[in-house]
Design a protein. Structure first.
Lengths: 62, 151
């Protein structure tokens, strides 16, 4: 699954650690999601969508 | 220590300590190897006497004695289950499950090798100790390697 997480994060000048803190996960989780090596669960995807004020489908695509 | 550094969360540190306790309990409950230090036997002279004469003990006593060895296994499973239930980070949870599977695989492989060696040389070996050590060490190493691969 592809995602625009890195771009969205860069737009807000957040580091991976910043985003990880906001979501309550580890920095490795953010790195793994950004690189497409780990697909987040639906609850975490919703958290991301709420954080960026975007629908899930505009962040993630297959 | 490389494997138990300061990057561990309090939950992870607590779980590693509990796993360590399970490892120690494996030594304590390994009553079949008289040469190993064992507080059960050392502190309770009666138990020591009975443990050293398995052949003359009742079947019930031997059953109870061997059932004691299940304690560290149950403790280790309980620690892993508690940790997985409490870990809030789903990615770390996935890594831990992978690491535990690696630990399980290495333990099974180690047991298979030890079994063949015991048969060839007709010598008993404290398999529960080997399994506990292998499982604990290989799971920790696998977790660190997996974590490192996602840096």
């Amino acid at each position: 699954m592809k995602n625009r997480l890195r771009m969205l994060r860069a737009e807000r000048s957040w580091s991976q650690a910043d985003l990880a803190d906001k979501l309550g996960v580890s920095r490795q989780s953010i790195n793994a999601i950004e690189t497409g090596r780990f697909d987040p669960s639906l609850p975490l995807a919703f958290k991301l969508a709420r954080l960026f004020h975007l629908p899930i489908e505009s962040i993630f695509s297959d | 220590m490389l494997l138990c550094n300061k990057n561990l969360t309090p939950l992870q540190r607590r779980s590693v300590q509990r796993m360590g306790a399970a490892l120690l309990l494996t030594v304590v409950t390994n009553l079949s190897t008289p040469s190993l230090p064992n507080p059960f036997r050392d502190l309770i002279p009666g138990l020591s006497q009975l443990a050293n004469s398995h052949a003359h003990s009742s079947a019930l006593f031997v059953a109870v004695l061997s059932a004691l060895s299940v304690l560290p296994v149950l403790l280790a499973v309980w620690v892993a289950a508690r940790y997985l239930a409490a870990e809030p980070d789903e990615f770390i949870r996935a890594l831990v499950v992978k690491a535990l599977l690696w630990g399980f695989a290495v333990t099974m492989a180690g047991n298979a090798v030890a079994g063949v060696l015991m048969n060839i040389y007709s010598r008993p070996f404290p398999l529960s100790l080997l399994s506990a050590d292998l499982f604990f060490a290989s799971s920790l190493i696998a977790f660190r390697i997996l974590q490192w691969s996602y840096q």
